[in-house]
Design a protein around this ligand. Structure first.
Ligand code: PLP
Length: 398
């Protein structure tokens, strides 16, 4: 290993308290093992010789594993380079096919992968309507119903908000969309493995045409994701070239990463519910302890349905950047809203859309847990946060 990179690897990772699992998760041991083995089988899965066909077999096994996780047929899974590409393929791929309709409806709290693409679509002449949320981050379904029309090409909403963990009521979204025969894309990047997803049941079966996933959010590797494309949904590819991924995503597949995504998906089957229940108990206790120790703390989105692993907490009158730096010095990894918006002094668009009091929004921190988080780590984080808040409050009154 080169000397200049060695020091990064040698940093004592075991001493870190990692509470930034909505940014990315630690890959499972079995994922790393499977990826290592797949990397040795280096053949191109498009090659007709038997070596290539072994690589093809691994890719198709992974496709079936990812499909099983959301109750989709393996043929409906298209591997991509991650959540962002899946989202771009879903939205742009669909609107550029449905040229007769010129409007896209989305929410005001989407990840930048959706937001920035929609801003680009506006520059290209599309109309984009952003549906608002209430003070706890719930989607305004009446507003959605008033905006979806016969000119709507696509409704694109997230399943779980990356900053607050709030879960959207997608059932209602599907019902509104089906009244106008409009397909729905769901950005499920933060939902996979955290809440059950079944693309074949209830009103989803009629309206949900596209669903984006990203392996590194559920203990797979970065740079690999998938798009669920319901049978008979027509998309135009983003990347042209070979006929890989049913002609929707040209380019030689990243076989090891795809294999790892399949293993990560398989590992969730059967155990996700118990695991999420354990994480929810830890998260709820953490919120109680933190709010008891720090009276200026308030949980954002507390009254809405939320995934188990996320809490977004505002500290009145403080700056998130200062808290994050001090947490980092203490070996605790957390984040302020989405990773992309950290470093800017503007409160995140999500908290603004929720009309969170700016006094709290500027000092809001996201702590996101995983199956590797322990009660002891959370207790230590509460103690560290108490010290940080006292120091910052003292500096402000000095
Ligand atoms: N959508 C949501 C809700 C996310 O949280 C993220 C990543 O944070 C993405 C999309 C982008 O996924 P990726 O990092 O795989 O491109």
């Amino acid at each position: 290993m080169a000397a200049e990179t060695a020091c990064f690897y040698n940093a004592k990772m075991s001493e870190l308290i990692y509470l930034d699992n909505n940014a990315t998760t630690r890959p499972l041991e079995e994922v790393l093992d499977a990826q290592g083995a797949a990397a040795e089988l280096y053949a191109n899965p498009s090659s007709v010789h038997q070596f290539g066909q072994r690589a093809r077999h691994l890719v198709e096994c992974a496709r079936a594993q990812v499909g099983r996780l959301i109750n989709a047929d393996a043929k409906e899974i298209i591997f991509t380079s991650g959540g962002t590409e899946s989202i771009n393929l879903a939205i742009r791929g669909l609107v550029s096919y449905r040229t007769d309709r010129r409007q896209v409806v989305t929410s005001a709290v989407e990840h930048s992968a959706v937001r920035r693409l929609c801003q680009q679509l506006v520059r290209e002449g599309y109309r984009v309507d952003e549906i608002g949320v209430d003070g706890d981050g719930r989607l305004n379904i009446d507003e959605l119903a008033s905006k979806v029309t016969d000119d709507t090409a696509l409704v694109s909403v997230m399943l779980v908000n990356n900053e607050t963990g709030v879960v959207f009521n997608t059932e209602s979204v599907f019902r509104v969309a089906s009244d106008h025969d409009v397909p729905v894309h769901v950005d499920a990047v933060q939902g996979v493995g955290r809440i059950p997803i079944d693309v074949g049941s209830g009103s989803a079966a009629e309206s949900l045409h596209l669903l984006s996933m990203s392996a590194h959010k559920f203990h797979g590797s970065k740079g690999v994701g998938a798009l669920y494309v319901r049978k008979r949904t027509k998309l135009r590819p983003l990347v042209f070239g070979g006929q890989q991924e049913s002609g929707l995503r040209a380019g030689t597949e990243n076989v090891p990463a795809i294999v790892g995504m399949g293993v990560a998906a398989e590992a969730l089957l059967g155990r996700a519910a118990d695991e999420q229940e354990r994480i929810r108990r830890m998260r709820d206790q953490f919120e109680r302890d933190l709010c008891a120790a720090i009276p200026i703390a308030r949980v954002n989105g507390a009254a809405a349905p939320r995934v188990a692993n996320t809490t977004n907490i505002g500290f009145r009158g403080l700056q998130a950047e200062a808290i994050l730096l001090m947490l980092s010095e203490a070996g605790i990894c957390a984040s302020a809203g989405s990773a992309c918006s950290s470093g800017s002094l503007e409160p995140s668009h999500v908290l603004q859309a929720m009309s969170v009091d700016p006094e709290f929004a500027h000092g809001s921190i996201r702590f996101s847990l995983s199956r590797f988080t322990t009660e002891d780590e959370l207790r230590r984080t509460v103690a560290t946060m108490s010290r940080i808040v006292s120091r910052l409050a003292a500096l402000m009154t000095a």
